[in-house]
Design a binder for this molecule. Structure first.
Ligand code: PLP
Length: 374
């Protein structure tokens, strides 16, 4: 058997990630690879930091991209910030909150779980109660945009609450960054991670990460070493920091970083506020069409993410077959339900470059046509 080159079709990606990628970002990927300590590459890395600071709306000096997907950004936050015995309040209203809890356990920390229903945002009142009951808690961790349900939590209120109780925050902004307002400095968030493949519309495999000065202080005052060598950010610091002293830690994913640089330039050119508005506008159009077809949203309109639309599908349909038909006939990918919503709801993503009029129109047309045939 001869194995030949792989030529994937051009799909329209309207799932929970990866999202559609602009040709400009894909072209950036195929530019010549240079050495990762090449002075020109280092110059690009410095620009990348500035672009990431803009996306996160932060002046944090420690603002980088972890050379691995969003899950590694999550793990980087927990292994660096949580020491054995540390009490961490974990907000769980979907799949990713549960993963945060697992991370705390693996770091030897003590998770205090604040549960909310799937599809609901994190309850500020419940978190406040947990903070009162656990005055020795060190960290509050929550997911800003729960991709498993499409619920948006109030990161500003949660950040303020944590500060009022004098503790640090770990924030999952994988799906929120670039899609809805996220103001890291103004909201006083401490350790915030994201992903390249959601609303930034870059290739999967990178995780933007920013640490506030207070987060750095917590890491530097640890009495136990960080158990992960690769994710120990104090070692990575020397690689990403300027001053011409850049030293080898690991080989950076050179071409992927070109792509992230390009994706962030697109975001900067559009402007964050315009990008947030575009996601909202495209959501409004999609919502109208889906509701006209009889779909019901999982999340209440007040807490609904524009970039992740979880809708219950009609009872009695073979949902996997329909998603397969969307893929085969229209080259269109939408997401299945995850966790509690598996077999009940679809997740339709409008992320980054995918949040476009033509995608919304195609999705509504394709769903309408296939459901009518059924
Ligand atoms: C996608 C996602 C992750 C994980 O990112 P990967 O790039 O898949 O590792 C973490 N948290 C949230 C909220 C996500 O949507």
């Amino acid at each position: 058997m001869s194995i030949e080159s792989f030529y994937p079709p051009r799909r329209i990606l309207m799932g929970p990630g990866p999202s559609d990628i602009s040709h400009r970002v894909l072209q950036a990927l195929s530019r010549p690879t240079v050495g990762h300590l090449d002075p020109l590459f280092i110059g690009m890395m410095d620009e990348l930091k500035v672009l990431l600071q803009y996306a996160f709306q932060t002046k944090n000096a420690f603002t980088i991209a972890v050379s691995a997907p969003g899950s590694a950004g999550m793990e980087a936050c927990f292994v660096n910030m949580v020491e054995p015995g540390d009490k961490v309040i974990i907000c769980r209203n979907g799949v990713f909150g549960e993963r945060m809890r697992e991370n705390v356990v693996r770091c030897g920390g003590k998770p205090i779980v604040v549960d909310d229903e799937w599809g609901a945002p994190v309850s500020i009142d419940k978190v406040e109660q947990a903070l009162k009951e656990n005055p020795d808690a060190k960290i509050l961790a929550f997911v800003h945009a729960e991709t498993s349900t499409g619920a948006l939590s109030d990161a500003q209120e949660l950040g303020a609450l944590a500060k009022r109780f004098g503790i640090l925050t770990i924030v999952d902004a994988v799906t929120s960054l670039g899609g809805v307002p996220l103001l890291v400095d103004e909201w006083q968030l401490d350790a915030v991670y994201s992903g390249s493949q959601k609303c930034l519309s870059c290739v999967p495999g990178l995780s933007p990460l920013t640490f506030s000065p207070a987060a750095i202080e917590k890491i530097q005052s640890r009495s136990t070493p960080i158990q992960s060598w690769f994710l120990d950010q104090s070692l990575v610091l020397g690689y990403w920091s300027g001053d011409g002293k850049r030293s080898y830690h690991h080989t950076a994913p050179v071409n992927s970083l070109y792509a992230l640089h390009e994706a962030l330039i697109l975001l900067q050119n559009e402007g964050l506020e315009m990008a947030w508005r575009r996601h909202q506008n495209m959501h409004d159009v999609l919502k109208l069409g889906l509701e006209m077809m009889g779909f019901k949203f999982v999340v209440d309109a007040r807490y609904r993410l524009p970039q992740l639309n979880a809708v219950y599908f009609p009872q009695g349909i073979d949902e996997a077959t329909i998603r397969r038909q969307l893929l085969d006939t229209y080259n269109l990918e939408i997401g299945a339900g995850l966790g509690e919503l598996a077999g009940k709801a679809w997740r339709i993503g409008l992320m980054g470059y995918g949040a476009r009029e033509e995608n919304v129109a195609l999705c509504l047309h394709a769903l309408d046509t296939i459901l009518h045939k059924e």
